[in-house]
Design a protein around this ligand. Structure first.
Ligand code: GLP
Length: 239
């Protein structure tokens, strides 16, 4: 695992993503939502607008996870979020951005269909990741199987509180989600995890220096042959 402590994480990750897309215009990107990846996305958009970025026309994208139970098109659904915060601005056609299907009819088969779609695309080349304050990865809460596939999960009270800032109140945060599994994430070619702020320090320390354990799902990064962890000073303060 490569750990980089930097105040330029967004630019560094953007360099890596751009290099991949230049080398492979039809690259498959795995995209995380949340606050952590925003510096990466803002950097990619700024460069694209400045005309210095690659063409993203042939890129395909898969989101990491999705809420279950939000009305279709809800602005805080992760599909709407990633369209708004990244892919629309990069000019990536919406049909090239896939996310797990949280509709009542689709739910029973959503996990298997998502796994099949990722496989049919040739797998994720580069997966952007954040980390939850409890060490969760995507929505794989502590206790998740390290070999898990895309499936429905129940959020912990801590994660619902952490994500309440995106909703009117914590009561509006869904209890259930669909998430890529830890096994799914481990199959991506390159994992790029970004974390900032003191609230992530303990989770980062457990993920990077603790035992590989379902107690800290993000510790699976230690099992991956090509994982990059980008931290600011505060997020690295527990190392
Ligand atoms: C959310 C998402 C994760 C994200 C994490 C951290 O619940 N499901 O994919 O990485 O929590 O979020 P943030 O970056 O906003 O701190």
């Amino acid at each position: 695992m490569e750990v980089v402590i930097t105040d330029a994480a967004g630019a560094l990750a953007a360099d890596t993503i751009e290099a991949l897309v230049r080398a492979r215009p039809d690259a498959v990107l795995g995209l995380a939502t949340g606050s952590s990846p925003l510096p990466i996305y803002q950097e990619l958009i700024a460069r694209h607008r400045a005309g210095t970025g690659p063409s993203y026309d042939a890129v395909r994208c898969f989101t990491l996870d999705e809420y279950v139970g939000l009305p279709a098109g809800h602005p805080e659904s992760y599909r709407e979020t990633i369209l708004r915060e990244l892919t629309d601005d990069l000019g990536i056609a919406r049909e090239r951005v896939q996310s797990p299907d949280p509709t009542p009819d689709g739910l029973p088969t959503a996990g298997a269909r998502y796994e099949a779609a990722i496989e049919a695309a040739g797998g994720v080349d580069l997966q952007v990741l954040g980390i939850g304050s409890d060490g969760h990865l995507a929505f794989n809460e502590p206790g998740s199987s390290l070999a898990s596939a895309t499936r429905m999960k129940t959020l912990t009270a801590q994660t619902r509180e952490d994500n309440a800032r995106f909703f009117d109140s914590v009561d509006d945060v869904p209890h259930h989600v669909l998430t890529q599994g830890l096994g799914t994430i481990l199959r991506a070619g390159h994992l790029v995890m970004i974390a900032s702020g003191p609230g992530k320090a303990a989770a980062v320390a457990a993920a990077v220096e603790g035992p590989v354990s379902a107690t800290c799902p993000a510790s699976v990064l230690q099992l991956h042959p090509h994982a990059t962890v980008l931290l600011d000073d505060a997020a690295a303060s527990g190392l």
